[in-house]
Design a protein around this ligand. Structure first.
Ligand SMILES: [Fe+2]
Length: 188
């Protein structure tokens, strides 16, 4: 994988933030401005990043993943009308809008988490994410995303760990179910 210099600069800043802070909250704050700067400078964005898998409704392109699976940088495109169910990440993350209109919904758990297959969720915030808007994510935060625009959306996603090597969770708020999040198809 050849990494664009602008992406490499963000990765360097992410590593510095991880070395300087232990608390995911502080890492997210430190990484957010660098991620926002990369989303504003679109010189690295290629047309193929907008290509989506019809079945999953989205297209994920890995821009950088360290060999030890730390530090993941990727773009995610969603087809109009498509999105993902509420899920967590089991690592810190930052999402920044690049193109289009994604609606980001933050949820909170109402149950005590004692039953691993059960979860009761309620919406705490719903925001429209356009170019430059930042969504900070802590390891247990739960969010869902849908593209309510008429064009394919694109956003930048950075995480403290490769999502493909984490067991994380997806939620069905209507049926109050918590289950292991399916692996998404990713391209490099
Ligand atoms: Fe997510």
């Amino acid at each position: 994988m050849s990494t664009h210099p602008a992406v490499a600069e963000l990765v360097t800043k992410m590593k510095k933030a991880c070395a300087a802070h232990d608390n995911p909250d502080e890492i997210v704050t430190a990484v957010a401005s660098a991620a926002k700067a990369l989303a504003a400078n679109k010189s690295w964005v290629k047309p193929e990043y907008f290509e989506c898998d019809e079945v999953q409704g989205m297209g994920i392109t890995i821009l950088n993943e360290e060999l030890d699976h730390s530090i993941l940088v990727e773009t995610v495109a969603w087809l109009p009308g498509r999105g993902v169910a509420p899920h967590d990440h089991q690592t810190w993350g930052v999402v920044v809008g690049i193109e289009g209109e994604e609606v980001n919904v933050n949820w909170q758990r109402l149950d005590d988490g004692r039953n691993p297959d059960f979860a009761e969720l309620e919406i705490i915030e719903e925001r429209q994410i356009c170019n430059g808007d930042v969504v900070p994510l802590l390891p247990d935060d739960i969010h869902s995303v849908r593209n309510e625009g008429e064009t394919t959306s694109l956003s930048l996603h950075v995480y403290g760990h490769a999502l493909s090597s984490l067991e994380r969770y997806e939620f069905d708020p209507i049926n109050k179910i918590r289950r292991v999040c399916p692996q998404r198809k990713r391209r490099e």
